[in-house]
Write a protein that binds this ligand. Structure first.
Ligand code: G3I
Length: 377
């Protein structure tokens, strides 16, 4: 079924489910997915938790997206209550819904190489007399089980997420990797994913950015990727998270000082290694922007457009994912509140699911993008 045809059908469903702008936008075509697809690009967003329980939001996502990524449901903390058991319920529900809606699915993440985001039991686990072998067994069992369950419905996995400390450039350690070594842990994760899903896109995902202060992070990610490629570790793409806006966002510096030259050099090096690029988690952290909605939305949109134009100038970039479609469900609302206490506006649809200028910016970037050879059906 074509995306537009699906959007019409889903738009019809939306009439029964919703009212107001979500209904109108679900019916409006071309969808963002259709605009992207016309250029060989897949567009999607993240779902999970309370937003997945909202039928109007599911309808909006099904109408506008060609892809979904579970926001938290495929992380170790969600899938692994302990060292023996798996709890697939939340991830299964999202994957089943996506398949019914005709959407592709990305998997996030087979290993979060950052201690804070791994389950508590990995720290207290008894690694026994041969801790190295036990750490390897846990890692392989986890990745093998998850990948075999979800491939081929999932044809692209964030195999390793955020392994690099942006301040020191060193690799993070976790309770697992301290027995194996960080580099060997990352290699093992990719090899295990490849064995379980011979054709899937295998991604290293991180938040290095085009901010001028981010040089050390970019360099460290390049070193990591070079090492992976040199050792024959089966990484096939870099996921550029794209949480736009400065981490020094409480300062009145707008969205921050950018270094486009360094960013292009970085992307040139990555693609020069034969790796593809994905925009995996796009949103705009709007704290330093004006309180007034009109000017704020216009700046968010302009920033998004400039960023996507740059990213899509690389034919290797064939996936663009937002980290949520509606401001109502952005992780930034709670974890990075605005100093003025106003709701943040980081995503293409507002809290009532009405399209914002950022939605127009994404649509315009897809319309302006050169066509590329689609690598996915
Ligand atoms: O589900 C529990 C709920 O039962 C409990 O009442 C509540 C109390 O705080 O917590 C809820 O879990 C939270 C979960 O989000 C669901 O809302 C966790 O505390 C919170 O830590 C978790 O945050 C997620 C974060 O990753 C850490 O896993 C965000 O939703 C998610 O958007 C964020 O996503 C990350 C990507 O995975 C990697 N890149 C950066 C991106 C943004 O931080």
């Amino acid at each position: 079924m074509t995306v537009d045809r699906r959007a019409m059908i889903l738009g019809g469903a939306a009439l029964a489910l919703t009212s107001g702008s979500a209904r109108l936008d679900a019916m409006s075509t071309p969808s963002l997915a259709a605009l992207a697809r016309a250029k060989g690009i897949r567009f999607g967003s993240t779902m999970g938790g309370s937003n997945f329980a909202n039928p109007a939001y599911r309808t909006l996502n099904a109408a506008q997206c060609g892809l979904v990524v579970p926001e938290n449901a495929m992380k170790w903390v969600a899938l692994r209550p302990d060292a023996r058991n798996f709890d697939f319920r939340a991830a299964d529900a999202i994957v089943a819904w996506a398949r019914r809606a005709g959407l592709g699915v990305r998997g996030h993440t087979l290993l979060w190489q950052f201690e804070r985001w791994m389950p508590e039991w990995t720290r207290t686990h008894d690694y026994g007399a041969n801790p190295k072998a036990e750490a390897a067994r846990l890692l392989v069992a986890h990745i093998d089980t998850v990948v075999r369950r979800y491939a081929p419905a999932v044809d692209s996995f964030d195999v390793v997420n955020e392994a690099v400390d942006p301040d020191t450039g060193l690799l993070h350690e976790t309770a697992l990797s301290k027995h194996l070594g960080a580099e060997a842990t990352i290699d093992l994760a990719f090899h295990t994913a490849r064995a379980a899903a011979p054709r899937a896109q295998l991604v290293y995902n991180d938040f290095m950015s085009w901010q001028s202060y981010d040089g050390r992070h970019r360099d460290a990610v390049l070193r990591l990727l070079e090492g992976l490629v040199k050792r024959g570790t089966p990484v096939t793409a870099l996921g550029v998270q794209s949480h736009l806006g400065s981490k020094y966002s409480e300062a009145p510096t707008g969205l921050g000082a950018l270094d486009e030259t360094a960013w292009r050099r970085f992307l040139d090096e990555v693609t020069g290694m034969g790796l593809d690029l994905l925009v995996t988690e796009l949103d705009v952290h709007d704290n330093p922007l004006p309180s007034a909605v009109g000017p704020r939305d216009r700046q968010v949109a302009a920033h998004t457009r400039a960023y996507l134009d740059l990213m899509l100038s690389y034919p290797q970039c064939r996936t663009v994912m937002c980290w949520g479609l509606s401001d109502r469900y952005s992780w930034l609302q709670e974890l990075r509140p605005r100093p003025d206490g106003l709701p943040k506006r980081p995503l293409p649809y507002d809290a009532a699911f009405a399209p914002k200028p950022m939605r127009d910016a994404i649509a315009a970037a897809f319309a302006a993008a050169a066509p590329r050879k689609a690598t996915f059906a």
